[in-house]
Write a protein of this length. Sequence first.
Length: 262
Amino acid sequence: NRQRFQGKTAIVTGAGSGIGKAAAIRLAQEGAKVALFDLQNDRTRSTEHEINNIFRGVSRSFDVDVSDPERMEKAVQEAASYFGGIDIVFANAGINGVLAPIEEMSFEDWERTLRINLNGTFLTVRYTLPYLKEKGEGSIIITSSINGSDRFAGFGMSAYSTTKAGQVGFAKMAALELAKFKIRVNVICPGAIATNIDQTSEPSDELKEIVIPVEYPEGSQPLADGPGQPEDVADLVAFLASSESKHITGARIVIDGAESLL
Ligand code: NAD
């Protein structure tokens, strides 16, 4: 049982479910203290209890909407003072949002997806940065998607894809800007992972009329014969958070069992 994160503190957004939850557990298993950021809900509290039952007092949940600047600033401050600084930031919270052909996408729905996925990423980095700088090094990991990679597009996902590509652009810039502070910024691009994200999808009726190729049902992954698991992604997050990846920054790593190569 390695303890790669002994003495380190991580902030994980979207920690109440799916990829964020698996990553929070993995980081805690390897010695990190973990601040669990999520919308107010029972799932975050249960992640907290799950972790603290095994490793007493190493995690604490914070009710935060990542797209709310005032709340984010305050929660980051609280977490940093509670745990004594921040070393690792996993900017992971996100929604699929409304899935619809462009002509059916309302401006409000478009904006909401941008607000949560893009503003949320910016605010997470913006407000944790001073604390990472204080430590003299740090690792930021951002959850994009194969929708943010070069050769993949999901039907109805104009807003979502925009945010996922936008995160890649932001991360490249941040990696360059923050290298001199020894702060690394990397992006992970999962394919379909078995989480609760589909509950945040709001497919329009019009979308159903677009024919999705039946020979490759959504979520096909040649390597796994199904979707990936959150724990698979947690392995990658832990690697990027650890010093084993100390010379990797500005990278975009696809983790999709070859789904985007179909
Ligand atoms: P999930 O729905 O299981 O978990 C996401 C968590 O984020 C939830 O607990 C939710 O409450 C939280 N969240 C949503 N909006 C929030 C907000 N405004 N403020 C704070 N917390 C908020 O989904 P997941 O699959 O684990 O998603 C995590 C990330 O992975 C997302 O950015 C998603 O786009 C990305 N992703 C997922 C998949 C997949 O197939 N599951 C594929 C590629 C990328």
